[in-house]
Design a protein around this ligand. Structure first.
Ligand code: TYD
Ligand code: MG
Length: 470
């Protein structure tokens, strides 16, 4: 047995060493932990993302099980509860949730600071309180007086909305357990913390631990919980990303602050389909729903101007007509500029190359600018044909027929490939009053109905360009 003598002078030094031993460094982006600080995360390659976290032994304790029993059970022996869904009463919000809130579900709403997350939730809470009873709104960001001011602006006044300015998660859960609210809202997850950890609120450890505690509460008490999470400029650091695997549903509230339109998008949903969107408009009196976004987005479309086309895109299950604008002008510098807003820059470069090589349109000495009108971001490849048409229309200075809609994926050989959900796109175009559609031949051949449109099936880009004339 070794006996170690420690004098009074060495004790403080030993304390420091012991506390150092408990310190770990964690990547704020992906949660990777390391015993020493690292400049670059070996897991997600983020730079400068490591911060000091102190681990407390308490936090390492086993977590309680979700169902109360952790014994193995046969699948057939488990009686499934039918999930109870309650509509909020804001149809665009209900749509992205898959038809309403499910009891015990934990929903994360992420977005840039100032985009309108608190406004959206306060409006939702106003509706929920009227129909389903008491809502507990926990705010670590704003005082009850500030929330009251916002509520006045939104004309919300209810005895059933209880505001709680609290940031210790154990206290929040204690209040909620006593109060049994119909919904619990945490604004925001970055401000709450557990006293079991000594790291600062907003760090990966705190966010994860607090969310885990809220999840056990939600599942045990069958109370739906909404978490608000800020996404920082980098998009990921200490933000909702670290929570995506814990929660049941992840919604992102997006938009451009210069535009009034906001899109609520489902990224993950254990209780419904993903990639669903809800469209809102921010005004002086809060967010209002936009039930017919296609009509609104096209309402300001200039007539008979070259470089403007309309594409029929699909967001989730929802067709959306969006205007694409292109401007092609001779470059004043040696290197032509390629700018795109709302679409992937590389995709536009690829389409420009296809146009040059396969359709003989020489854009080498031209600057090209592409913009998706309304501050939208579109990622689906069905957009390609619309971009190509807009580029060529601007290049040739010939306006595209104003009642023509385009969609189709363009391949590297210049071929136009079929896209999914063709019928839904055509139906929406016909509904809005379009008369012509230029679509992939593969889709055109399989159509059961023309929906009152003159439909042209094209095989390649060159074919499609024949239709860019009045
Ligand atoms: P907020 O909900 O506080 O954003 P977040 O919680 O995502 O940080 O909303 C912030 C912005 O919304 C703010 O710049 C003001 C604007 N706003 C309106 O334009 N109209 C309104 O009725 C409200 C309540 C806010
Ligand atoms: Mg807020």
């Amino acid at each position: 047995m070794a006996i170690c003598l420690i004098s009074d002078e060495t004790l403080p030094a030993l304390h420091t060493i012991m506390s150092k031993l408990k310190t770990i460094y964690q990547c704020q982006s992906c949660g990777f932990s390391s015993p020493k600080w690292l400049g670059k995360c070996p897991d997600c390659n983020a730079w400068n993302s490591f911060t000091e976290e102190r681990e407390s032994p308490k936090a390492l304790k086993a977590k309680p099980s979700l169902s109360g029993s952790s014994a193995p059970q046969a699948l057939s022996a488990i009686t499934g509860r039918t999930e109870k869904r309650a509509a909020i009463g804001i149809s665009e919000f209900d749509r992205v949730l898959g038809g309403g809130i499910v009891s015990g579900a934990i929903v994360l709403i992420g977005g840039d600071p100032g985009i309108g997350k608190s406004t959206l939730l306060l409006q939702a809470v106003g509706k929920i309180a009227d129909q389903h009873g008491t809502v507990l709104y926990v705010s670590g960001e704003e005082s009850p007086e500030q929330i009251k001011l916002r509520a006045e602006r939104l004309s919300i006044n209810s005895d059933h909305i209880i505001l709680l300015p609290e940031t210790v998660i154990e206290n929040v859960i204690a209040y909620a357990t006593e109060m049994k609210p119909s919904v619990l809202v945490i604004d925001s997850i970055q401000t709450v913390y557990t006293e079991e950890l000594t790291s600062a609120p907003g760090s990966v450890g705190q966010i994860r631990e607090s969310a885990a505690k809220l999840m056990y509460y939600a599942k045990k008490a069958h109370v739906p919980v909404f978490l608000i999470g800020h996404v920082t400029k980098e998009g990921a650091i200490a933000g909702p990303r670290v929570l995506e695997h814990i929660v049941d549903t992840v919604l992102y509230f997006e938009g451009d602050r210069g535009h009034p339109y906001r899109i609520l998008r489902t990224v993950k949903n254990r209780f419904g389909s993903t990639n669903e969107i809800g469209v809102f408009e921010m005004s002086d009196s809060g967010l209002s729903e936009i039930l017919n976004p296609s009509e609104l987005f096209l309402s300001e479309r200039p007539e008979n101007v070259s470089g403007s086309t309309v594409i029929a895109s699909i967001e989730g299950t929802r067709p959306l007509l969006v205007e694409i604008q292109a401007l092609v002008s001779p470059t004043s510098f040696g290197m032509p500029r390629r700018t795109s807003m709302g679409i992937d820059f590389n995709r536009v470069n690829l389409l420009v190359a296809v146009l040059e090589k396969k359709a003989g349109i020489n854009l080498g000495g031209m600057d090209t600018f592409i913009n998706v009108v309304g501050g939208f971001k579109i990622v689906e490849p069905a957009l390609d044909l619309g971009i190509v048409a807009a580029l060529v229309s601007s290049f040739r200075e010939i306006p595209v027929h104003p009642k023509t809609v385009f969609f189709g994926e363009v391949g590297l050989s210049g071929e136009v490939r079929a896209v999914a959900q063709c019928e839904a796109r055509l139906k929406e175009a016909a509904k809005i009053g379009f008369t012509n559609a230029v679509i992939p031949r593969g889709n055109a051949e399989r159509l059961k109905d023309q929906y009152g449109l003159t439909i042209t099936g094209v095989k390649n880009v060159e074919d499609a360009l024949d239709h860019i004339r009045h």
